[in-house]
Design a protein around this ligand. Structure first.
Ligand SMILES: [Zn+2]
Length: 255
């Protein structure tokens, strides 16, 4: 399947990705009439030629059926559909949160030519914003550093991660996060891959790194428990949805 992003479409029918919170109404009927007026959905692009729209669901506009948490749809939708659903989540949230200008407070309108909302009063344009976050697997003598996050109830160990701060490089962010969260100094920081993470409007940028010095001294506000795990002793880890799991799987098979 091929997705071609776009800003506007004359299509009167298409696929609607209806978003409620972080849930998605799976609209399996691919040819739904697009409503007009203030509730007009955001055009996302075309998936194999089928127009795809995103719509934020308020209580009175909920389609029939039960919403499903987007995270649970990984594997149930095709990878391409899941990626479009992620765009739908990110863009409907951005669209809702930028109805008014951050500079002068005037009302904004969607631009007809680019993915932006423009202030009707001062012309200031607001674009969808991503928060870059680094996520990294640190290796030491054939073991990898995994930790249980103190702020989630998820019963698994994962790689460390954190948002990039203004003014730092990605590599500096990796080194800082590992040191802040686990008290360890790393070297040989190498790019691994990236993944859009629409749940927090993030782009996750994955790295591998080598332990250089220091023993684990976890920050208790961030980390419940952390340790070095051998390939044959990996604890419960995140599902395949995440780049964290890709990093761990790559470590386990030794690539
Ligand atoms: Zn303005």
């Amino acid at each position: 399947m091929t997705f071609t992003p776009g800003i506007t479409s004359a299509a009167e029918r298409g696929l609607i990705f209806a978003i409620a919170g972080q849930n998605l109404y799976v609209v399996r009927e691919p040819r739904i009439a697009i409503p007009e007026g203030p509730a007009t959905p955001l055009y996302l692009g075309a998936l194999d030629g089928v127009a795809c729209f995103a719509q934020l669901v308020e209580d009175d506009t909920a389609p029939a059926g039960e919403p499903v948490a987007l995270r649970q749809l990984f594997g149930a939708l095709t990878d391409e559909e899941f990626a479009v659903a992620g765009r739908a989540l990110g863009l409907t949230t951005w669209d809702r949160d930028h109805r008014y200008c951050g500079r002068c407070g005037g009302p904004t309108e969607p631009s007809p030519t680019e993915r932006a909302r423009t202030c009707a009063r001062c012309s200031f344009a607001t674009y969808p914003r991503l928060s870059p976050a680094v996520i990294m697997l640190v290796e030491r003598d054939g073991k990898c550093l995994l930790a249980r996050n103190a702020r989630t109830k998820m019963p698994f160990y994962s790689t460390l991660a954190g948002f990039v701060e203004v003014g730092e490089t990605l590599e500096e962010a990796v080194a800082r996060e590992v040191h802040e969260e686990a008290g360890v100094v790393v070297s040989d920081i190498r790019y691994f891959g990236s993944q859009p993470w629409p749940f927090t409007s993030s782009l996750m940028i994955g790295f591998t790194a080598q332990w250089a010095s220091g023993e684990i001294h976890a920050d208790p506000t961030e980390i419940m428990d952390a340790g070095w795990f051998a390939r044959d002793a990996i604890p419960v880890v995140p599902p395949k949805l995440s780049i964290a799991r890709e990093l761990i799987d790559a470590f386990v098979i030794g690539v």
